[in-house]
Design a protein around this ligand. Structure first.
Ligand code: GLU
Length: 507
């Protein structure tokens, strides 16, 4: 048995002088909330332990890695406020820190150097098996039901023998030799406790492809070692990789960091979180107008728990209270309803001026036309924000709420028809229009509105639905929506009159 992991709960293995953790995304798409959560936990762990948080870019999959994806991921991490100490610069994307370069595609010389070291010491070998040969062996193993690993006939070739073959133009992958490592490995995972890897779990695995490009497991170990990473906190799905990585650490004599594998993020049907059920990209939440504070709070609770069971807490609280002991080993459910609720709590606690500034880009993007003097009228802004704050969960909700003020979007919805047909409606609307016209100011007060409503009640001799519904239609074009006494004082007299005329015309 080989016990490679240090004891659970010990904060720093004595081979490392400081806590250094990393988030290592592959820029092949968007930043998934599961990835963002790993970044958050690494960040918090670094902060709690006065350590360093490093952003490394795992872009050896040249065909799938793009600059666009890298930029988007960096933008999302900046938005979340997970500032890193080393890595690519958040704006210029240039290297920043003593272990540069931080992009794997620029570190190929290191991988070559260590692959050569393994080849020279006989811990790795060139394998010339063709794809067809490999496929045939795999098919045969499957048919036999043995699930055996590939046994390469080149495993025992000398390096000189293999090099002579390469000189003739033959291509080869480099495989890590595992035959002599057939023992059970035990990892003391910081989150999952003792994890046993059976001796025959892996066969000789590829570390360099035939085009010379290194594979994830190899680059990851070299970089984690050279960057002196003390703790590797990453998704549970990497657990099977960890065995291969432990073997490479051992083969190269590198100090082994502590590992913690964070549980999966699940959908509400307890399947792996997928796009089918809705947004999973951080970018979507940013664009929909979620607050980074709420996202961090929510993500922290997907796997971690506050020592006093609190649901809402600040980043500072998290930095002070974070501990790996409170990470849960079972899957965490991504509850979109709870996230929205949590966001609404943060949004409602926002200062109104800041909230207005935050929603304005959403209104502008949706081309909501408010009269110019309203968008620059601080009193109006604050009053409207106070009215809508309790109705907003995310910033983008502001679009449908503020739409009522856009005269160009005023339409009379079909569900208004039944109220337009009522005998008393024309009288109600005419009285409404006349009384609004009598107002001496550009905006009426709530009291003005209440008085007008009462006067109509008397003059037209109607009450209840027959009074309120037609009035709503005259103001917002439909019988249901925000309470009139809240929004009418935010609407210009001229706009109220023009809308009323349109409705009266079809009564
Ligand atoms: N590039 C890997 C990923 O995005 C990193 C895994 C790790 O943290 O070791 O999943």
């Amino acid at each position: 048995m080989s016990n490679l992991g240090p004891l659970i709960n010990s904060q720093l293995n004595n081979q490392f002088s400081e806590v250094r953790v990393r988030f290592a995304p592959s820029p092949t798409g968007y930043l998934h909330v599961g990835g963002a959560r790993s970044a958050l936990f690494n960040y918090l762990f670094a902060k709690k332990n006065n350590g360093k948080f490093i952003l490394r870019i795992e872009d050896t999959d040249v065909a799938r890695s793009t600059d666009e994806s890298l930029k988007m991921m960096v933008q999302d991490l900046v938005w979340l406020g997970l500032e890193w100490d080393e890595g690519v610069h958040p704006i210029t994307l240039k290297d920043m820190g003593p272990c540069a370069p931080y992009r794997q595609s620029q570190r190929l010389h290191y991988y070559k150097k260590y692959a050569d070291e393994l080849l020279n010491s006989g811990k790795a070998y060139y394998c010339f098996m063709t794809d067809l040969e490999l496929e045939t062996v795999r098919e045969k193993n499957k048919a036999d039901g043995t699930h055996a690993h590939i046994e390469s006939p080149y495993a025992d070739w000398t390096l000189a023998q293999a090099q002579a073959e390469i000189v003739t133009g033959k291509t080869a992958v480099v495989r890590f030799k595992t035959k002599h490592l057939r023992k059970d490995y035990i990892l003391n995972d910081l989150i999952r406790g003792e994890v046993k890897f059976p001796s025959d779990m892996v066969g000789d695995f590829v570390i360099l492809r035939s085009d010379g490009m290194p594979v994830y497991n190899f680059c990851c170990v070299i970089d984690d070692a050279l960057m002196k990473i003390s703790h590797v906190l990453r998704a549970e799905e990497h657990l099977p990789n960890t065995l291969r990585q432990l073997m490479i650490y051992e083969g190269l004599g590198f100090p082994i960091p502590q590992f913690g594998h964070i549980s999966l993020v699940l959908d509400d049907d307890r399947q792996k979180l997928s796009k089918r059920k809705g947004a999973v990209a951080c970018d979507n939440f940013r664009r929909d107008g979620y607050l980074p504070e709420a996202m961090n709070n929510f993500m922290a609770l997907m796997g971690w728990s506050h020592p006093e069971g609190c649901e809402l807490f600040s980043m500072d609280d998290m930095k002070n209270l974070f501990s790996l002991e409170r990470l849960n080993a079972s899957g965490a459910v991504f509850d979109r309803v709870k996230l929205k609720w949590m966001n609404s709590q943060y949004l409602r606690a926002m200062d109104s001026q800041l909230l207005w500034k935050s929603i304005l880009p959403f209104l502008t993007e949706a081309k909501i036309q408010l009269p110019n003097d309203l968008t620059s009228d601080l009193k109006w802004q604050m009053q409207s924000v106070e009215v809508f704050k309790p109705k907003m969960e995310i910033f983008s909700d502001s679009v449908s709420l503020y739409e009522v003020f856009d005269d160009s979007k005023f339409v009379i919805h079909p569900e208004s028809d039944e109220f337009l047909k009522i005998e008393t409606t024309k009288m109600v609307l005419q009285t409404w229009k006349d009384l609004v016209s009598e107002i001496q100011t550009e905006f009426m007060t709530t009291e003005d509105f209440m008085r007008i409503e009462n006067e109509i009640k008397t003059k037209a001799n109607v009450k209840g639905k027959n009074l309120f519904m037609p009035m709503r239609v005259a103001v917002i074009g439909k019988p249901h929506g925000t309470e009139l006494k809240l929004i009418v004082p935010l609407m210009k007299k001229s706009s109220l009159i023009a809308r009323a005329e349109k409705v009266i015309a079809i009564c």
